[in-house]
Design a protein around this ligand. Sequence first.
Ligand code: SF4
Ligand code: SF4
Length: 177
Amino acid sequence: MWVFELITKRGDKVKFTCLRCGKCCSSGPNVSLTASDICRIAKYLSVNWRDLAGKYVYAIIADYIPIVVLRGVNDKCVFLKYVNNTPTCIIYPARPMRCRLYPFLPIAPGENSKLEVSARCPGIGRGDIGEPPWGILEEYLKEVKNHYTKLYELIFIKGIEPLKALEELLDTTCSLK
Ligand code: SF4
Ligand code: SF4
């Protein structure tokens, strides 16, 4: 049976402060990305999205759907560096939506009023009490829906090969940003 950790819902308040421990950026390549995430990172680094492919992000294909994830190096996110001995995200202003949401985790594409709370984050239960980031969740859900709706259409309706479809989606999204 799949087990959810703590679930928080609209109206709940949660005690949380980020301790800058870097644990969430040190668990291997498990942050999935939408085209919007990738284009924001490319823009922030002033590069074409193609310059990120393979070096910073890569795609795995599951049932014809390409899933893009952040690359891990020695089980750490490729964008995590130590500055004055403090774990630091070097693309912080353009970090992926899932990183912005953490330690809150989206539950389902249509679920905008509940979030899972990661039990792995030592900052939960510390610091100020506040609302989970519902605004970021709404934005993320829109971007995820847009990403997979377009990919599905390109792959299953138009019959484009998965990686070509991803390229087409990224070219279109990045040209709009
Ligand atoms: S695991 Fe929690 S406390 Fe540590 S850096 Fe990530 S969000 Fe902050
Ligand atoms: S992109 Fe930044 S915040 Fe996200 S896992 Fe990597 S280092 Fe951490």
